[in-house]
Design a protein around this ligand. Structure first.
Ligand code: 7TS
Length: 412
């Protein structure tokens, strides 16, 4: 059950994240603005993982002994938490993976491998992360299907008419990013999903950068698949979750073979387990799942709507003050954005910006952000990117702007 009753107080929230106080990069206070790469972990998540290893560690779905049963109980309970977090109809529709990338590869290889063939088309957008490009290139190459790209405009928005024009009776799959990691654009994914369904295609939403910032409702979106990256939403690395509609997961072949994904094995015939276990071969990342459960409890305890409202205020503030920096050009100026402030400076290369900021304790990311086609669109090799999380403050953004002023002084 969700408990969303708290009032949002960022200073109280910051105290939940020990690293914000303890880390002293180059002797400076930490201003952490690289949350799109991975965000920080609250004590509750760190404690849940420690508690698991201290009191409950055992393998799941295998032992009749006490510890295995306790571990299994806690592991399976997280599936229900993820179901609630997504508002999915059934916990059977939640598959644990090793990450967001692994989840997309699962769908591309399993669904794509089974249902794509020569002449079929897969549609993605120009703003995808490489992990929502390369798996589709790989499966298109294997099956003979064609990858089609919906272009973006110079604000970093998918051009609606071009997207619609791409959809036709050959379109079998549409895989689109919910929130762009390089631009911050929030795509109108509900409408894009409806249009793809009208063309008869199945739809995957890459929600790696959406889940940390906003409420996800797979029933409202009506997507067929949705993936998340828990380490970007207060959870641990090495774990991911995939939502898939039961009727699709049921007819998809397994992605990997091994223990736990079978009902019986002989050398003549193997009968696969039911979903979701069919897709979870081998010992899973049990501690990662426990940590994900604690992360979801933490975020829902604070309130997803409160987190979204807080970050929207920060984004508006950050956008305003960054524009006052000499020679700064924002990359990603969509009408509807979340969590990401990407920019270039006339005076300095993004890597120099990143390095100078680091010296002042300000952590941002500089590079192509695994979205090279986005960089190509804007004719630049890289951007500097400040990305937000629930614990960031206006003071963090002020510190960013002061540090950028120093960059301009050094290079100006
Ligand atoms: N999709 C999007 C939209 C992403 O932003 C990322 C990671 C991924 C997929 C892959 O997630 P993973 O957890 O499996 O690696 N994005 C970033 C980033 O922007 N900076 O570092 C990683």
């Amino acid at each position: 059950m969700s408990i969303e009753t708290s009032t949002f107080d960022v200073q109280t929230i910051r105290k939940d994240f020990p690293i914000l106080e303890k880390a002293r990069p180059h002797g400076k206070s930490l201003v952490y603005l690289d949350n799109a790469a991975s965000n920080q972990k609250p004590q509750a998540v760190i404690d849940a993982i420690t508690h698991y290893y201290t009191h409950q560690n055992s393998n799941v779905h295998r032992g009749i002994h006490h510890l295995s049963q306790v571990a299994t109980l806690h592991y399976d309970a997280v599936r229900e938490k993820v179901r609630d977090f997504f508002n999915a109809p059934s916990a059977q529709e939640i598959v644990f993976t090793s990450g967001n990338t692994d989840a997309i590869n699962l769908v591309a290889q399993s669904y794509g491998g089974a249902f794509l063939s020569e002449g079929d088309e897969v549609v993605i957008t120009e703003m995808e992360h490489h992990s929502n490009i390369v798996p589709w290139q790989m499966i298109c190459e294997k099956t003979g299907a064609t990858l089609r790209i919906a272009p973006i405009n110079d604000d970093g928005e998918v051009i609606a008419e071009e997207y619609e024009t791409l959809l036709n009776e050959k379109t079998k799959f549409v895989s689109i990013v919910y929130v762009s990691n390089a631009l911050g654009t929030v795509n109108p994914v509900k409408e894009m999903t409806r249009l793809a369904h009208d063309a008869g295609a199945a739809v995957l939403l890459d929600a790696a950068q959406a889940a940390p910032h906003m409420r996800i409702d797979v029933q409202d979106l009506d997507c067929d698949f949705l993936t998340i990256s828990p380490h970007k939403m207060c959870g641990p690395t090495g774990i991911g979750a995939l939502y898939g509609k039961a009727e699709l997961l049921d007819k998809m072949p397994p992605f990997k073979g091994g223990g736990d994904m079978i009902l019986s094995v002989t050398f003549d015939e193997t009968i696969y387990n039911e979903v979701p276990y069919k897709f979870e071969a081998g010992t899973p990342n049990i501690a990662g799942v426990i940590g994900l459960g604690a992360a979801i409890d933490y975020m829902m305890g604070i309130g997803l709507d409160q987190i979204e409202a807080h970050e929207a205020e920060l984004l508006a503030y950050g956008t305003k003050i960054l524009q006052q920096v000499d020679g700064l050009r924002m990359i990603g100026t969509a009408n509807h954005k979340a969590g990401v402030l990407g920019f270039v400076l006339e005076a300095a290369h993004p890597h120099d910006i990143g390095q100078i900021l680091d010296g002042e304790g300000v952590a941002i990311r500089a590079g192509h952000h695994c979205a090279q086609p986005v960089m190509k669109h804007f004719g630049i090799p890289a951007t500097a990117r400040a990305s937000l999380s629930l614990y960031n403050t206006k003071e963090d953004l002020d510190a960013l702007v002061v540090a950028l002023g120093n960059v301009n002084e050094m290079f100006g």
